[in-house]
Write a protein that binds this ligand. Structure first.
Ligand code: NAG
Length: 226
């Protein structure tokens, strides 16, 4: 016999299952690379002309190309100095410091802004000079952002977990949605040998690949100065 209540009940059930299915599908879809901001490779000419500022009591401005002109450089574009994933990445890159020193290749980082003592507090995690890239050119040419999507991506949670297990801590100061990355830039006009664009929060550059690229830097004989 037809029971209207049972009918409604079944209807509600299928709606809830449908909604659940849609939510699950949405989350799965968010975990694909479909929504990620596409990155565009930076041109050497574009990076060279970046005005960087020193971070000290008497800030000086200089062209970024000074950083790599004579010996090339490994440069980290820090998403946010207070972010614990970024600190983890910084200490990973710093673990290459000895090998980079042997190759004579300097290690630098750039930040987008100077908020309070954020840069000073980040320094212990990073064994290199840190400069301010106010125009965020190292994060461009097309700035890529990850916002709420970042928190439903499994990869991001895995990165959180890894960094948390590693004992890294951070805070919530400063802008943290524009994604960062890492570069290995050859000396003079040799070009960009490696460009890692963080695809989601905590997507670290491959250290082996960084070191391999750094070995390919051919030094200029004339010495430039910063
Ligand atoms: C890191 O880079 C090295 C050298 O390019 C490569 O052999 C290795 O598979 C990479 N590792 C990962 C996890 O991608």
């Amino acid at each position: 016999m037809f029971n209207p209540f049972e009918f409604i009940n079944m209807g509600l059930w299928s709606i809830s299952i449908g909604a659940l299915g849609a939510a699950v599908a949405g989350i799965l879809f968010a975990n694909t690379d479909f929504f990620l901001s596409k990155s565009e490779n930076a041109a050497l000419e574009y990076l060279e002309e970046t005005d960087l500022m020193t971070i000290d009591s008497e800030p000086r401005s200089f062209k970024a190309k000074n950083l790599w002109e004579s010996n090339g450089a490994v440069i980290m574009a820090v998403r946010r100095p207070g972010c614990f994933l970024c600190r983890e990445e910084a200490s990973g890159l710093s673990s290459l410091k000895l090998q980079l020193d042997q190759l004579g290749v300097p290690l630098y980082a750039v930040v987008k802004e100077k908020v309070g003592t954020e840069v000073e507090d980040f320094q212990p995690y990073f064994k290199g000079e840190i400069y301010l890239d106010e125009k965020k050119r190292f994060y461009g040419p097309q700035k890529r952002k990850m916002m709420l999507l970042g928190f439903i991506r499994l990869g991001v949670w895995q990165n959180f977990y890894r960094a948390w297990q590693g004992g890294f801590e951070g805070n919530l100061e400063g802008e943290g949605f524009i994604l960062g990355g890492a570069f290995v830039i050859g000396a003079g006009k040799q070009g960009i040998l490696l460009e890692h664009r963080e695809k989601e929060f905590g997507d670290k550059a491959n250290l082996t690949a960084i070191l391999e690229a750094a070995r390919k830097i051919s030094k200029q004989t004339a010495h430039g100065s910063i």
